[in-house]
Design a protein around this ligand. Structure first.
Ligand code: PMP
Length: 309
């Protein structure tokens, strides 16, 4: 779906400006060297108006990602949440995807960063719909293990959501799509399963859930939410070193993430997962997830920030 941002209002360093006016300098260090940090956040339509899912956690992670460069932002998580609310209101969204991005200006040429770089921040929002297509959550997706490896702690900072780190993800996604799959799954440097190009992985075997430990992944906020949801359902979740054995022998596999939400996997490397359709635990967690984000579940109300106060 091609989409224009014309007429879209953007939160740009604390001010609301039209998209066209939210300019970033051509010599921004971030454009050249991947020294940015960003978030993906969703707001959902609820009966009390739009609600942002886990806003505090997302903006805290953004502050932490900037910290990975030794940098700072001019705004606190609370101020950025207010910014997100302003963006949703200004654009009259009932639901949307929010993209805050922290970046550097053009005051540094070359790779060298100043000791405590000041990051600028802008926030755009749009209606994104289903990230992997309208049928992805209903039917499950096809996944391919990537020949590109997820950069681990020895060469990157996986817990930070840094723009430059997404080169590997883009290559994995392209490789998967070029080979007829919907999404790529990356192994880490040791051959253990890490995560999808933009999402975390869970496997179900004999009624128990498994997910890769946090060493080589972005520890997703949806992943953490799903772990807590499993606890509420009495389902056991274990973090472990996972290999392709675990993928190929799993009863169910699914991805979690802000963009994909909970998306079942029906095929991995050409092998059917379960009955080649979403399994019962993936379905149950998907249903619980949507009841929470759409404000239909009182037990997890604390995860929602209502836009209309
Ligand atoms: N891993 C990667 C590489 C991602 O880009 C994302 C999306 N932010 C995730 C996992 C899932 O994270 P979250 O649930 O916080 O969106």
């Amino acid at each position: 779906m091609s989409q224009t941002f014309e007429g879209n209002m953007v939160w740009h360093e604390g001010k609301m400006v039209p998209y066209e006016k939210a300019a970033v300098p051509l010599m921004s260090h971030t454009l050249h060297y991947g020294t940015g940090a960003f978030e993906g956040i969703r707001a959902y339509k609820t009966k009390n108006g739009p609600a942002i899912f886990r806003a505090q956690e997302h903006f805290e992670r953004l502050v932490d990602s900037v910290k990975a460069f030794g940098g700072t932002l001019n705004f606190s998580p609370e101020q950025m949440i207010q910014g997100a609310i302003e963006v949703i209101r200004a654009n009259r969204f009932e639901e949307c995807y929010l993209r805050p991005i922290a970046y550097l200006d053009d005051s540094n040429r070359g790779l060298k960063l100043p000791p405590a770089p000041k990051f600028l921040i802008s926030m755009v929002a749009w209606n994104w719909g289903k990230y992997l297509g309208d049928d992805a959550q209903k039917l499950g997706i096809r996944v391919k293990t990537s020949s590109f490896r997820r950069a681990d702690v020895s060469s990157s900072l996986p817990a930070a959501k840094i723009t430059g780190a997404y080169l590997t993800s883009v290559l994995a996604r392209k490789e998967a799509n070029d080979n007829g799959a919907d999404e790529g799954l990356l192994l880490d440097a040791h051959g253990h399963v890490a995560e999808g190009s933009g999402e975390n992985l869970f496997a179900v075997k004999n009624g128990k859930l498994f997910t890769p430990h946090t060493m080589s992944i972005l520890p997703g906020i949806t992943r953490q939410s799903v772990v807590e949801m499993c606890q509420s359902l009495g389902l056991s979740v274990e973090e472990k070193n996972m290999t392709r054995n675990d993928l190929y022998l799993a009863d169910e596999l699914f991805f979690t993430g802000t963009a994909v939400e909970v998306t079942p996997i029906r095929e991995v490397d050409g092998r059917p997962v379960g009955k080649s359709a979403p399994g019962p635990i993936s379905k149950k967690l998907g249903e619980l997830f949507f009841s929470i984000v759409e404000g239909r579940n009182d037990n997890f109300r604390k995860w929602l920030t209502l836009v209309q106060g």
